[in-house]
Ligand binder design. Structure first.
Ligand code: NAP
Length: 247
């Protein structure tokens, strides 16, 4: 197997696991963070932080640093960087690692919406909401005066939440028992979730099913089609088969 110089666009648990796997397969691996989270869990290998300056900046970085392979292992909702990766890759091999979306079961009560603003509109007056969409997009929910609840995220928002909202700072994974407890203790009537997929945050959906709570489920944004795998092992195999001239 030819060792490759690989850039992983990260910010996810999948990206961390991939970095570990590729390093142990003998590759030279750097993980890139946007710099949104102040204290991300560090992956194995090298790390760089901050935007590249659009697709052109990413292209310049890839070429000047002699990367052979670019792996887009960003969150399914990070649409801009994935589009940039496609525009920047050129002759450099590009592969995406993306977990499958969650699929509703017949007994689930999902309200499927296209985006954040449709999610805000889908909530009825006086709803007690559990927001699980990260910290960047909470504003349109918490500024709606007729709803309240719990906003859960890893790091706090830059501005304080209104007093009728409870902030929970926690990092996944979450157990079914703890998800049921948080929903009951806060009298939650609706959950708002991005369709992130993956096991780490899935228990809220099982808890909602058990407690018969509706989930406002935000669909994934469009990402341009590229070779995509849902497992770390499949990406590793794909890279191991790439020719020595890739990039
Ligand atoms: P985005 O909207 O797709 O990207 C916005 C800009 O941030 C990009 O144009 C790029 O700046 C920079 N960027 C994003 N990911 C980067 C990376 N891995 N390395 C270097 N620069 C990056 O992304 P986002 O939704 O804000 O998410 C930012 C990061 O958080 C992503 O890496 C993602 O994996 C992670 N994340 C996002 C979510 C979510 O719900 N969106 C959830 C969990 C984790 P330049 O154009 O200047 O290069």
């Amino acid at each position: 197997m030819q060792a490759k110089k690989i850039l992983i666009l990260g910010g996810t648990r999948d990206a961390r696991q991939l970095a570990f796997r590729l390093i142990h397969a003998g590759h030279d691996v750097t993980t890139s963070f946007a710099g949104v989270t102040e204290h991300p869990i560090q992956p194995e290998g090298k790390v760089r932080v901050g935007g590249f300056g659009g697709a052109a900046g990413l292209r310049h970085y890839l070429v000047s640093e002699n990367y052979n392979v670019l792996v887009d292992a960003t969150h399914p909702f990070a649409a801009q960087i994935s589009a940039n990766a496609v525009d920047a890759a050129g002759n450099i091999a590009l592969v995406r690692l993306e977990r499958p979306a969650w699929v509703a079961r017949p007994e689930d009560h999902w309200i499927n919406v296209a985006d954040i603003s449709a999610a805000v509109d889908a909530l009825p007056p006086q709803a007690k909401v559990m927001l699980t969409i990260g910290r960047k997009e909470v504003a349109p929910f918490v500024t709606r005066p007729d709803i309240s609840g719990v906003a859960r995220m890893i790091e706090p928002t830059s501005i304080p939440l209104p007093a009728i909202w409870k902030l929970i700072l926690e990092r996944p994974p979450f157990s079914l028992a703890s998800e049921i407890a948080v929903l009951r203790e806060n009298g939650i009537t609706h959950i708002v979730s991005k369709n992130a997929g993956g096991g780490e945050t899935e228990m809220k959906l099982v808890a909602a099913r058990n407690l018969n709570i509706p989930v406002v489920m935000i669909a994934r944004p469009f990402k341009p089609a590229v070779t995509t795998y849902s497992s770390v092992e499949a990406v590793n195999t794909h890279i191991s088969k790439l020719g020595s001239k890739c990039g």
